[in-house]
Design a protein around this ligand. Structure first.
Ligand code: CDT
Length: 314
């Protein structure tokens, strides 16, 4: 079996608040059509693909909040995407807001992504672990970032999945900034990490970072790829969404850390690359041969301690 996967990074431009899921799915299918013309095996869509980025608004009414979430997947609205992709024999991954019920019927909300094989089967699920932003309404902000209010921390860890002839993993947006994300998957032999993001150009608590936001976007994904000997495919929802500009720069990154394909617009766009999963091998067997070179007996603080504690002064 070939270990070459042709990947389409299916960047999406802004999604308006009043845009229906049906309209969004039509845009996703238009990108899938392009992916098919490019011979793609696998298409990566952004975080919370099906709607506008609703955590930018403070929503008190539970019924209103529920409207942004999916209770089942595939849903009626996403079924045409699953069907078309299976007809084309193309796998895909996308993010959505999930309502899950536990064994007691209690409701849980997650920022979720799924991995779908070429035959339309859901073969993997991930729930976002690193939730950025804040939990309370902060009216001083020009826009809110209420992920800590609307989502629970993911309860699935960072699993990897055998799919597309390789070892696949997922993370979501803010997760990409944390080395632990990639390393936990790296320790399971991951060969391709996919992620979607909604990253506002402005970070209201630290506006001094805004100018270097695009640099940070690529910095973290390229280092995550190289240091874990894996492909990374990062895909934006971007452009001016309801008055909030968001960065683009969707990229496909090789295990060398090099960007091999990148979007250049802030709209719906497909960037394509042939990704040879065997390119991971020489990095996994040399400089990042974990079994040979890691020294975990010195890494205890990473799991024992949450916040930084500087040594006592003087
Ligand atoms: N969606 C998401 O996780 N966005 C964050 C914004 C950080 S500022 C609160 C990101 O890390 O890109």
């Amino acid at each position: 079996m070939t270990r070459m996967i042709t990947v389409g990074a299916a960047q999406m431009g802004p999604i308006a608040k009043d845009e229906s899921r049906g309209q969004v799915v039509n845009r996703m299918i238009a990108l899938l059509d392009r992916a098919r013309r490019h011979g793609c095996d696998f298409v990566v869509y952004p975080e919370l693909t099906l709607t506008t980025f609703f955590p930018r608004w403070f929503i008190e009414d539970e019924t209103e909040l529920d409207q942004w979430f999916e209770q089942e997947m595939p849903s009626n609205e996403t079924q045409p995407l699953f069907q078309k992709a299976a007809e084309y024999g193309i796998g895909f991954t996308f993010g959505y807001a999930e309502i899950a019920r536990d064994d007691n019927g209690a409701k849980h909300r997650y920022n979720t992504s799924i991995l779908v094989e070429k035959d339309g089967r859901i073969v993997g699920k991930y729930r976002k672990v690193h939730l950025p932003g804040h939990a309370e309404h902060e009216p001083w902000r020009r826009f809110q970032h209420l992920e800590k209010r609307y989502f629970e921390t993911g309860d699935l860890g960072f699993p990897v999945f055998r799919a597309f002839g390789g070892i696949m993993g997922m993370c979501i947006c803010n997760d990409r900034r944390w080395p632990e994300t990639y390393r936990v998957m790296g320790l399971q032999g991951v060969e391709m990490v996919t992620l979607g993001y909604n990253t506002p150009v402005e970070n209201p608590p630290a506006p001094e970072h805004d100018a270097v936001g695009p640099f940070h976007n690529h910095l973290v994904m390229q280092s995550g790829a190289y240091q874990n000997a894996t492909w990374v495919v990062g895909v934006a929802k971007c452009g001016n969404e309801e008055g909030v500009p968001m960065i683009g720069q969707s990229a496909i990154i090789a295990p060398s850390g090099e960007i091999v394909a990148q979007c250049h617009t802030l709209g719906d766009e497909l960037a394509v690359a042939d990704c040879d999963l065997d390119l991971c091998k020489s990095y996994k067997e040399s400089v990042f041969n974990f079994a040979m070179h890691r020294e975990p007996q010195h890494y205890g603080l990473i799991v024992e301690r949450k916040g930084a504690v500087p040594p006592p002064e003087g």
